[in-house]
Design a protein around this ligand. Structure first.
Ligand SMILES: Cc1ncc(COP(=O)(O)O)c(C=O)c1O
Length: 388
């Protein structure tokens, strides 16, 4: 049996780098990661460079390339496969606008677990001749492979799946969905925002075609920075019309005579890169690499085992799948009034969030077993706000 110190060796080694943790129990990394010394320093460096050098554009372009490399390393992407965007929405819009109507395919299949921005962007394509098919949740809190099977056919251009659902923490069987989609000749777009930084992913091993994610949650950075991965062989088949000068083959040619997108994934970018967020993003991603994504996954899985067992003991309802392999970092618990529960916990110094009738508890590498015990103690006191 591991001692308390052994169980929490990972968080104990890093907690001093996150000042907020000295006075709050923070279980809301699915919304925003805690500010670290490294990210604070990165923002300071941005202001220093601006203040001392005025307009160090060459260095800022170099920072953009560093962010591209950092993210590429995180997902196993190769040269020319990453675009640095301002959000997941910007990436999905670029993809949607450039999708080839190969073989006249006009159907987009999306899971019912998608984040609103993904559903809304694909539905916006209806006016461009696409039809959108939704894959519903089954009886269990997952979207079953059979439902993807039923929704996809020879007319399907693309299947959009969220890796971990922002509402209930369900983790999709990515391998299964990709296999099914590819059998039909369809592309797969993965929204990895709720998974990135909490579980390892290798886009090539999985055969992902397109992937989008952002920096502000488990990558510990801030809003304004997103990434897009596009499999190298696919890049030139997509010609985004949602575009801009930083997508051009030669950005500083300043040519207004034609549209000549970059030969690599930079073609999915648009305007001036979000430089302040890039400084922060590099710091956050590199810090997460240093902490270790595998170690984070193992630690958070342990915390969530304790959490789920504790909720069972309280007679509460865990909405997230019971199978640890089908869970992300987020655990959702049914509430009678989720806003009141989030408020009551905040008054106890425990920060969480809610969606869809559920309390969302999202642990990260810096959370300890004590944090989970503090939450379970508070939930016992606020038992009336848990659905039974
Ligand atoms: C799964 C998922 N996708 C997308 C988003 C939002 O993306 P963006 O605001 O960068 O467009 C979020 C953020 O909350 C999310 O959880």
């Amino acid at each position: 049996m591991a001692t308390a110190t052994e169980r929490d060796a990972l968080p104990r080694a890093i907690r001093h780098r996150f000042p907020l943790l000295e006075h709050q129990v923070y279980l809301n990394s699915c919304s925003q990661g805690v500010l670290s010394d490294a990210v604070r320093e990165a923002y300071g460096n941005y202001l220093r460079d601006w203040d001392e050098q005025g307009a160090p554009w060459e260095y800022w372009m170099e920072r953009t390339e560093s962010a591209r490399q950092s993210f590429a390393g995180l997902v196993g992407a190769r040269d020319g496969e990453i675009a640095v965007t301002a959000s997941v929405s910007a990436g999905v819009n670029a993809i949607a606008s450039g999708l080839p109507k190969a073989g006249g395919r006009t159907k987009i299949v999306i899971s019912d677990f998608e984040f609103p921005t993904v559903g809304q962007i694909w539905h916006a394509q209806e006016s461009r001749g696409y039809t959108i098919a939704h894959v519903p949740q089954g009886d269990a809190p997952i979207v079953p492979l059979e439902a993807f099977d039923a929704a996809s056919d020879e007319d399907t251009a693309l299947v959009a799946v969220t890796q971990v659902c922002y509402r209930n923490g369900a983790c999709i069987d990515l391998e299964g969905v990709i296999k099914l989609a590819h059998e039909r000749g369809a592309l797969v777009l993965v929204d990895a925002y709720q998974a990135i930084g909490t579980m390892p992913i290798d886009v090539h091993a999985l055969g992902v075609d397109l992937l989008v994610a952002g920096a502000l949650k488990y990558l510990l950075a801030s809003a304004g920075l997103g990434f897009l991965y596009c499999r190298r062989e696919l890049v030139e088949q997509l010609r985004p019309t949602a575009t801009g000068w930083f997508a051009d083959a030669d950005v500083f040619a300043m040519d207004i005579q034609d549209y000549s997108p970059a030969a690599d994934a930079r073609r999915f970018q648009a305007g001036t890169p979000p430089i302040p967020s890039i400084y922060a993003g590099i710091a956050g991603i590199e810090l997460m690499k240093e902490i270790g994504i595998e170690a984070t996954r193992a630690h958070v899985s342990q915390l969530n085992e304790v959490l789920v067992a504790g909720i069972d003991e309280l007679g509460g309802i865990v909405v997230t799948p019971r199978d640890p392999a089908r869970r992300g970092a987020l655990v959702a618990i049914r509430s009678t009034d989720e806003h009141a529960l989030v408020g009551a916990l905040a008054a106890d110094g425990i920060l969480t969030s809610s969606r869809d009738g559920n309390l969302r508890v999202s642990a990260h590498a810096y959370n300890t077993h004590e944090d989970i015990e503090a939450l379970l103690g508070a939930l016992k006191r606020h038992r009336a706000l848990l659905a039974a």
